[in-house]
Design a protein around this ligand. Structure first.
Ligand SMILES: Cc1cc2nc3c(=O)[nH]c(=O)nc-3n(C[C@H](O)[C@H](O)[C@H](O)COP(=O)(O)OP(=O)(O)OC[C@H]3O[C@@H](n4cnc5c(N)ncnc54)[C@H](O)[C@@H]3O)c2cc1C
Length: 302
């Protein structure tokens, strides 16, 4: 079955867009800011906070970058006006990293200035390894000026991450989301073995907790979540020190368990017109649900 699902995952680009849309619906908050706000409000009611991500990465035109910045400003304004408990998450390649890195850093800086005025936090998502240095350096500069309003992400599959985190945690307090990592990275710079990634995840988590950094524990992996529960007790952490983070639509029973135990939880809400590319990536990442696509094809999406 695993092999079958995996094969299906690789044929996804040939599946009609409408079918991919049907299966992906639960992972997305629609195409408009209004639909993202409605999803965030519903999750706030459940007791979770959110982070909203406008889909659309690897942007190569300046006009598209400007459009993205304008939309993010609208999202921040709506979060503020409608009193939604949410941050925003953005990707460097949506803000011009492929065109001009200096300008990209300025675009992010200007957005953080705007977000701070509305008291909305910004997280710079971590993309693949050509952007790791740029992202960490941008975060490092911004956190000095905006300690309450900027966060970034580190990936446990990268061999460099443990030393990176140790270095970052030496000076000011870090606010980092810790995830496994989603990109297909070269074997010389990344761990490929699942157990090794988990081992590194826990080693990084321990350093962050020891250093009293703020950690977003971003995973749906039961093993890591239960280990994190133990470490939160071991270090007597409070809500000022950590939160769990999950993707919209993934493992809602785990989401309820985390909230039920009284832990803070943030849900990552992707939305926007560029939903198709995002959906393919998510479905390829989890071949077990790719089988649903074929079911969708066979039943004509009904
Ligand atoms: C809030 C958040 C933000 C993230 N931001 C980034 C980022 O900035 N950069 C980056 O590289 N990666 C990011 N990721 C993705 C992350 O790196 C992993 O690829 C992803 O979370 C899967 O890893 P896992 O820890 O959940 O463990 P896994 O072992 O992959 O998954 C554990 C279980 O969760 C379920 N599951 C996991 N993912 C899915 C899915 N997509 N659909 C359905 N079920 C699923 C499956 O049942 C699986 O068995 C983020 C993840 C989260 C939760």
């Amino acid at each position: 079955m695993r092999l079958f699902n995996s094969l299906v995952a690789h044929t996804l680009p040939y599946v009609p867009k409408s079918i991919v849309g049907l299966v992906s619906k639960r992972y997305l908050a629609g195409e408009t800011i209004a639909s993202a706000m409605a999803t965030a409000k519903a999750l706030n009611e459940e007791g979770a906070v959110c982070t909203i991500d406008l889909l659309g990465e690897f942007v190569t035109s300046e006009s598209e970058v400007q459009k993205t910045i304008a939309l993010y400003k609208d999202i921040i304004t709506k979060i503020h006006e409608e009193k939604v408990t949410s941050s925003i998450s953005l990707k460097p390649t949506s803000f011009g990293a492929l065109i001009d890195r200096e300008q990209c850093a300025k675009n992010i800086y200007d957005l953080v200035v705007f977000a701070k005025e509305k008291d909305v936090q910004v997280t710079i998502d971590m993309e693949d390894h050509p952007y790791t240095d740029f992202t960490l350096e941008t975060y490092d500069k911004l956190r000095k000026e905006f300690p309450q309003h900027i966060r970034t992400v580190v990936q446990a599959y990268l061999k460099r991450t443990l030393p990176d985190v140790k270095k970052l945690a030496e000076s000011e307090r870090c606010c980092l989301r810790l995830c496994k990592g989603i990109y297909d990275e070269p074997a010389d710079i990344s761990y490929k073995d699942r157990n090794k990634v988990n081992e590194n995840y826990l080693a990084i988590l321990r350093v962050m907790m020891e250093k009293k950094s703020y950690v977003g524990i971003a995973t749906h992996d039961d093993y890591l979540v239960y280990k994190a529960f133990e470490m939160i007790e071991e270090f007597s952490l409070t809500e000022k020190d950590y939160e769990f983070q999950m993707l919209l639509g993934v493992r809602s029973e785990l989401r309820k368990e985390i909230l039920g135990k009284g832990h803070p939880l943030r849900i990552y809400i992707p939305f926007g017109e560029k939903w198709y590319e995002y959906s393919l990536r998510r479905l390829k990442e989890n071949p077990n649900i790719a089988g649903n696509i074929i079911k969708g094809v066979l039943t004509f999406g009904r």
